[in-house]
Design a protein around this ligand. Structure first.
Ligand SMILES: [Zn+2]
Ligand SMILES: [Zn+2]
Length: 254
């Protein structure tokens, strides 16, 4: 069992974690910078305020968001390195040959990973808002940004980052997923985390206020969470919020 979970010697595992940390950090910087640039063109008052004092405050906020996010990148890399090392030694349920599973399993596995993450996030997020001690300790960092920018995508206290960092790495030992489908899950997770904080709604209004937006969380939904604190706790889908009476609808400010 130990050899399956830790197939690489600790020094190799440490190096792998470091390399993955750099990869996650670079991915974060590239994606956040790209979407911040786009959002700044749509909402210059958010990213390039005319008032020098507000500009200085925003620069401090973005530096803080980047600092916490880079720390999170290296924390995420720890469990990911364990999973990657196990994968390289054939110890996970990740498969690379499409013939290994029916083709319908591809979308089902992507949905299962996203649903598991969404469920875990909703309940831990809601718990952090319900208990003040948890909020102050683990979640206040994420809400220091008012309003957040695209750089707040991974701006979490280490406790909050670690509370979710293990989920996908643990799932690859349990739920079969094609390597390409896993990459798709990570791409969706990254893009949604960035765009939901960038202060600009990237989807057409007809989508956001239509069937798509009734189910999928976009910037209009998460921005309201950053204003109100007491609602809209979901990550990818609005279902838990709706089932639990915590859905406050959409913001018109993004
Ligand atoms: Zn947020
Ligand atoms: Zn929150």
């Amino acid at each position: 069992m130990t050899s399956m979970l830790l197939p690489a010697p600790p020094d190799t595992l440490g190096l792998l974690a470091l390399q993955l940390g750099v990869l996650v950090a670079v991915r974060y910087l590239l994606v956040s910078t790209a979407f911040a640039w786009w959002a700044a063109r749509r909402r210059p008052q958010l990213y390039r305020p005319a008032d020098p004092a507000r500009r200085a405050r925003l620069a401090r906020q973005i530096r803080r968001e980047i600092g916490w996010s880079l720390l999170s990148a290296f924390l995420y890399a720890g469990p990911a390195a364990v999973a990657l090392a196990a994968f390289l030694n054939g110890g996970t349920r990740i498969y690379t040959d499409l013939a290994d599973r029916p083709i319908w399993w591809l979308p089902v596995s992507v949905a299962l990973y996203l649903l598991a993450h969404d469920t875990w996030f909703y309940w831990t997020h809601r718990a952090m808002h319900r208990w003040p001690v948890l909020f102050r300790t683990a979640h206040a960092v994420h809400h220091e940004s008012r309003p957040p920018t695209a750089f707040a995508a991974m701006a979490f206290h280490p406790f909050e980052a670690l509370s979710a960092a293990w989920l996908y790495p643990a799932m690859v030992f349990l739920v079969p997923i094609h390597a390409g489908a896993l990459v798709l899950v990570l791409v969706i997770a990254t893009i949604m985390a960035v765009t939901n904080h960038m202060g600009h709604e990237m989807f057409p209004r007809s989508w956001v206020h239509g069937r798509f937006g009734r189910h999928v969380i976009t910037a209009s939904h998460h921005e309201l969470h950053h204003r109100r604190y007491d609602a809209n706790f979901g990550l990818y889908f609005r279902w838990w919020d709706r089932w639990c009476g915590t859905d406050a609808g959409l913001s018109d400010c993004v």
